[in-house]
Design a protein around this ligand. Structure first.
Ligand code: DHB
Ligand code: FE
Length: 256
């Protein structure tokens, strides 16, 4: 695809050059930026940077007009091969896991309403302190990650805790850039899912807790109004929330 590479790389560089000219960027600023690129690489933060500041536009462009439920960004904290759980489904957690215990349930259908039996929901989330297992100190490996299946009517249900909001690492180069620009480093509380069924496009999405702070200032710009959920307090002191997922039929050509 040399034409495509030529077009995209050429256009990106032209736009960078325009910013330099329009804002009269100095040699000092250029050197600062160059060191920052080096620092992001050394800190291993390119995936973080891309998923926070770029992925949401790619997602909207790729899937925003697709039939069925809205998707949003994958983010950097998905791990493939989370265990397939047994019913009754409950995400693995510490015996003393903090946070509000919550029953999440709903239905998986095709965009035309056909119930999808044995659909897979790959679920991962931060704990109540905003920490993802395997990426941050605190939770043990596998904490709050697992795969859940729908029943014969396309219904799913699992138990988890309400996650806390999350800040991108403040002391790394991405956090420093965010602070330098005066932006909030927070993501609102959310649960990640990849919902998949044979013959349908996998849906990569997140459910946002509607009482969370930072819904209007998500550093990753990934909140969509269709993805807000409302946990209700039940009589037994636990919460429940509902969400139905509708999947678009598989497209004839695969997307990498
Ligand atoms: C980032 C963190 C997330 O939890 C997420 O969903 C998306 C992006 C991040 O820090 O890059
Ligand atoms: Fe996340």
């Amino acid at each position: 695809m040399p034409d495509r590479a030529n077009d995209l790389i050429g256009e990106i560089l032209r736009r960078v050059h325009e910013v330099i000219v329009e804002h009269d960027v100095t040699y000092e600023e250029y050197q600062t930026a160059k060191q920052w690129f080096i620092d992001v690489g050394e800190a291993g933060e390119w995936p973080l940077f891309g998923d926070v500041f770029v992925e949401h536009v790619v997602e909207e462009q790729a899937f925003g007009k697709r039939e069925g439920s809205q998707g949003t960004i994958l983010g950097p904290f998905h791990l493939p091969d989370a265990p397939l759980l047994d019913a009754p489904f409950e995400l693995p957690h510490r015996p003393d896991e903090s946070g509000d215990r919550t029953h999440v349930s709903g239905r998986v259908t095709g965009a035309d309403g056909t119930p999808l039996a044995n659909a897979n929901l790959d679920v991962w989330q931060a704990d109540a302190e905003g920490c993802y297992s395997s990426f941050m100190p605190g939770p043990p490996a596998g904490n709050l990650r697992g795969q859940v299946r729908t029943d014969a009517d396309g219904r799913y249900a699992f138990i988890t805790v309400i996650p806390g909001p999350y800040t991108i690492p403040l002391d790394g180069p991405t956090g420093k850039m965010t602070a330098a620009a005066g932006w909030s480093p927070w993501r609102p509380a959310h649960i990640h899912l990849i919902v998949s069924a044979e013959g349908y496009d996998p849906l990569v999405t997140q459910l946002f807790i509607d009482s969370s702070d930072y819904l209007d200032s998500d550093v990753a710009s990934a909140v969509k109004p269709e993805l807000l959920v409302h946990p209700e307090l039940r009589g037994d002191g636990e919460f429940e929330l509902h969400y139905d997922f509708a999947l678009a039929p598989a497209r004839s050509h695969a997307v990498a």
